[in-house]
Design a protein around this ligand. Structure first.
Ligand SMILES: [Cu+2]
Length: 505
């Protein structure tokens, strides 16, 4: 039995009380050091790894104190941590995860991006775990599940936006073929969980800025930008080496537009895993729920380089809510277009969110030339249309709509057949960006306003800007049952922008 495994057992034994959660955190630190003692940097920081094909742990959701300069004194955390513990599994692993709800409202868990069943105790977003109650999630990852960077977070309709804004969420790594590519394996690995929090005072999500309907309509953002729960943390890479960043946008509504001074980002994986070959980017835009893995080549002179979050406007004005900028700003521009002047909701100036230094050196490492095949999907048996917009509902005010309707728990909006491949045309006729997310099955983006995507990739969130129509292709593989698709700005989801998807066997 490894020391890490012993520590995990200790944690399971101790996790019964709040005090024990703190004790477990220190046990954890020791086990992390033990695992890093061999000199490898491949392990995700503080990762909670499967052992013998099983990942088993308790996740305690509660309102706890946190230490974030300028941030709220309290936040919603898993096991007292913000972000929650990094979970690391392999294809074929069994996952057994007991969620204990110590919040004062119902919650649950969603395994964002995983291809697992939508019912039972797997990725069942219709489960509701009451305050004081527990729920054990048990499922097995398919043996051929792609490697990648995934994301666990609450998904209980009615409380999800408050809870994500309040701090809940964590990274789930599936380690597999991508990790065995020599150039990728040689890189130093670093998780970057991106989350904005309200400024000090009360609990995030309870006292956060932008509360009330106006804030929710726009999508609440906080001014305190954190990376792995820290303000401007230090990252390091040996000169000549490669840094592999696994980046997750864990925000309720904030878009992150990243650039690293003097270093291009070499995209190697998107939401659902590896690309076929690296794609060089000068900047990377991530909407809520999106993930990316990039390689950074430490081939500049030694120094300090700022990882910047650049301004981005995700509301195009015209809502009469005090935003600058005219109606239709940004419409008709290409997908790579940045924000215009007079940007709407979103960050107005660039901010440093982390700092990279070179420490030590290694013989220069090359970038990989090829990654993994991304198989094209067969021609679709059917094409459906989804129109994203907003409107006024009697007694409700502004609601967010898919095909003219706000979410109804009891209605089946879309019924598909297991095994079918379909194209979905998602069009945004409103004035705000909407990142469209589908559960259980990843998709490939085929085209944007008729222009083919430049490369194939597996995605589960796709940004659809005002005026855009994005064509995605997906196959309803392996798992029948009921699940959802929705806007990944959680406030928009809560205000109606979600639909029920029934996959018939
Ligand atoms: Cu939205």
């Amino acid at each position: 039995m490894t020391r890490a495994h012993l520590s995990r057992r200790s944690f399971l034994t101790l996790a019964g009380t709040a005090a024990a959660t703190v004790a477990a955190a220190s046990v954890w630190t020791r086990s992390r050091h033990a695992r890093h003692g061999a000199g490898t940097h491949a392990a995700a920081e503080g990762a909670w790894r499967s052992s013998g094909g099983v990942l088993e742990l308790d996740l305690v959701a509660e309102d706890t104190t946190v230490a974030i300069p300028g941030g709220p004194p309290r936040a919603l955390t898993y096991n007292g941590l913000l972000p929650g513990p990094v979970l690391e599994v392999h294809p074929g692993d069994a996952v057994r995860l007991r969620l204990r709800n110590r919040l004062d409202q119902p919650t649950n868990l969603h395994y964002h991006g995983l291809h697992i069943p939508p019912g039972g105790t797997a990725d069942n977003v219709f489960l509701s775990v009451d305050p004081g109650a527990s729920q054990t999630y048990a499922f097995t990852l398919p043996a051929d599940h792609p490697a990648g960077t995934f994301y666990y977070h609450p998904h209980r309709h009615g409380t999800v936006a408050d809870q994500v804004f309040g701090g809940l969420g964590g990274v789930l790594i599936v380690r597999g073929a991508l990790d065995h590519i020599p150039e990728v394996a040689a890189a130093r690995e670093q998780v970057l969980f991106l989350k904005d929090l309200p400024a000090g005072g009360g609990t995030a999500g309870v006292m956060g800025m932008g509360m009330g309907m106006g804030g929710m309509m726009l999508g609440r953002e906080g001014p305190v930008l954190t990376v792995n729960g820290k303000v401007n943390p230090e990252l390091s890479v040996p000169a000549g080496g490669l840094l592999r960043l696994r980046i997750v946008n864990g925000s309720n509504a904030r878009f992150w537009r990243l650039a690293l001074e003097d270093h291009p980002l070499h995209l190697i994986a998107s939401d659902g895993g590896a690309l076929e070959a690296p794609v060089e980017l000068q900047e990377l835009l991530l909407a809520p729920g999106e993930r990316a893995e990039v390689l950074v080549q430490a081939n500049r002179s030694a120094g300090r380089y700022r990882l910047l979050n650049l301004p981005y406007a995700r509301v195009r004005g015209g809502m009469g809510m005090g935003m600058r900028g005219g109606m239709g700003m940004g419409m008709g521009r290409g997908p790579g277009a940045g924000p215009g002047p007079g940007a709407g909701r979103g960050q107005q100036s660039q901010e440093t969110i982390a700092t990279l230094t070179y420490a030590g050196s290694v013989a220069p490492l090359p970038l990989p030339r090829r990654l993994l095949p991304v198989q094209p999907l067969p021609e679709p048996v059917r094409t459906r249309r989804f129109e994203l917009n907003h409107g006024m509902a009697p007694g409700q005010g502004l609601v967010f709509l898919i095909n003219g309707r706000p979410y109804d728990h009891h209605r089946t909006d879309t019924r598909v057949r297991l095994g079918d491949t379909e194209d979905w045309e998602v069009m945004n006729t409103g004035v705000m960006d909407h990142p469209f997310h589908v559960h259980i099955n990843p998709f490939q983006v085929i085209s944007r306003n008729g222009t083919p995507e430049p490369y194939r990739a597996w995605k589960d969130v796709v940004l659809v800007r005002p005026g855009e129509t994005v064509r995605i292709r997906t196959r309803f593989a392996d798992f029948a049952g009921r699940t959802v698709y929705h806007c990944h700005i959680f406030d928009h989801e809560e205000l109606g922008m979600m639909g029920n998807l029934e996959i018939d066997a």
